[in-house]
Design a protein around this ligand. Structure first.
Ligand code: PMP
Length: 425
């Protein structure tokens, strides 16, 4: 059998990299087939090693809000790189990016830059625990907060995709400190807090869930989290790794006007380079070393190439950019609804701005249990049908589709007619 270039690379990769990939969902296990190996991206389009072109709705899982290789970001990163790719010493661009984050995100008064979302969440939780001297944290089923021990319980993203409820290798003593409740269940959280609120260091939440597919918080849920944490002396942490600069410049906290104590950012703020951040109220952030005793450090933290790309990215994100993202998102949503209805398929869609998920589920799911009731085989068929028609949707039924400012109405039109054909197969 003649293998494509992607297939032979995957075969080689499988022999020397676990599952052939450096992050599980990339392996296409839940949609079938083998993944195209990507070689180049420009705007809304990507090309694989075999020269196939796709319209991309993954956008590197969220960072690429301007599309691939936007000229301003490429130029900024190239210029920074030419001046030295890492110093492990303070640089001007760290201050510039920190300033931009503090200015944009309503609750963030002080911010620390790190290299990945996982690292940022892990550090924010350590800080929360240090701040109020409590050990337990509450997370919600289907939310994903990176792969640190203690946050892998009933998590979304790759764990949802692969059906892994609890991960071996996490000490039970660690997992014990994580309490997990259903997303959007205000009663459950209020009951827990009234019974054990004084033992809870923090509640962490994706203010729009993006890792079980897109599931927005129902009206009142975030407000209830804010109220109950305040009542019981716990901290509220918004994990805005996806939603930060995505659903509004100031993230979900700006869009819904609920302000957390701590915020985790990632993806967009690094412009496609490894960069994330955590920030919040000064009195809390000042506990971080060297101004306080909570240790956290990183060789590549605040890396000059990543900060330059991040600054160049968020500089483009003005109100016109968000208006365009909203319009394109709506166009995709309406188009997919029409395609499904013409193909006679019962679906639902959740969309917040430029992030959305199509569920093969007649009722729009509001928590992880209902998300899991979706028809994942139908999604896998749609995914394969689109891939061969040049459209790259996320290779999992439980992930967000991202639109960038580089998508055009024409891209969306092509996508919608491909989706209709694929749903009729
Ligand atoms: N939090 C959220 C909400 C995420 O979506 C992700 C990654 N998809 C993370 C944390 C972890 O970030 P990273 O992959 O950069 O470690």
């Amino acid at each position: 059998m003649n293998l494509s270039k992607s297939q032979s690379l995957f075969r080689e990769a499988e022999a020397i990299i676990p599952g052939g990939v450096n992050s599980p969902v990339r392996a296409f296990r839940s949609v079938g087939g083998t993944p195209p190996f990507l070689r180049r991206g420009a705007g809304a389009h990507i090309w694989d090693e075999d020269g196939n072109r796709y319209i991309d709705y993954v956008g590197s899982w969220g960072p690429l809000i301007l599309g691939h290789a936007p000229p301003e970001v490429v130029a900024a990163a190239q210029a920074a790189c030419a001046l030295g790719s890492s110093f492990g010493a303070p640089t001007r661009s760290e201050v510039e990016l920190a300033r931009a984050l503090v200015d944009a995100v309503p609750s963030v008064e002080m911010v620390r830059l790190v290299s990945s979302g996982t690292e940022a969440v892990m550090s924010a939780l350590r800080l929360a625990r240090a701040f109020n001297g409590r050990d337990r944290i509450v997370k919600f089923e289907g939310c994903y907060h990176g792969h640190s021990d203690g946050l892998l319980a009933r998590a979304g993203s790759g764990l949802a995709t692969l059906g892994i409820p609890d991960v071996p290798g996490v000490p039970a003593a660690y997992a014990e400190h994580t309490l997990t409740l259903p997303y959007n269940d205000t009663n459950a959280i209020e009951t827990l807090m009234s019974e054990a609120g004084d033992t809870i260091a923090a509640i962490i939440v994706e203010p729009v869930a993006g890792n079980m597919g897109v599931v927005p918080a129902v009206p009142g849920f975030l407000e209830a989290l804010r109220r109950t944490t305040q009542e019981h002396g716990a901290l509220l942490i918004f994990d805005e790794v996806i939603t930060g600069f995505r659903v509004a410049r100031g993230g979900a906290q700006q869009r819904y006007d609920v302000l957390p104590d701590l915020t985790v950012l990632g993806k967009i703020i690094g412009g496609g380079f490894p960069l994330a951040a955590y920030g919040g109220r000064k009195e809390i952030m000042k506990m971080i070393a060297p101004s306080g005793p909570v240790y956290q450090a990183g060789t590549l933290s605040g890396n000059p190439v990543a900060t330059a790309a991040g600054i160049a990215t968020i500089r483009q994100l003005d109100s016109a950019a968000y208006a365009r993202l909203e319009e394109l998102g709506a166009l995709l949503e309406e188009g997919l609804r029409r395609a499904a209805s013409e193909a006679g398929r019962a679906i639902s869609i959740h969309r917040v701005g430029s992030m959305l998920t199509l569920f093969f589920n007649p009722t729009a799911p509001l928590d992880y249990t209902s998300v899991k009731a979706s028809d994942t085989a139908a999604y896998a068929r749609l995914h394969r049908g689109l891939l061969k028609r040049g459209v790259y949707f996320p290779p999992s039924a439980f992930e967000a589709f991202f639109v960038s400012t580089a998508h055009t109405p024409e891209d969306i039109k092509v996508t919608v007619s491909a989706a209709k054909e694929a749903m009729q197969e």
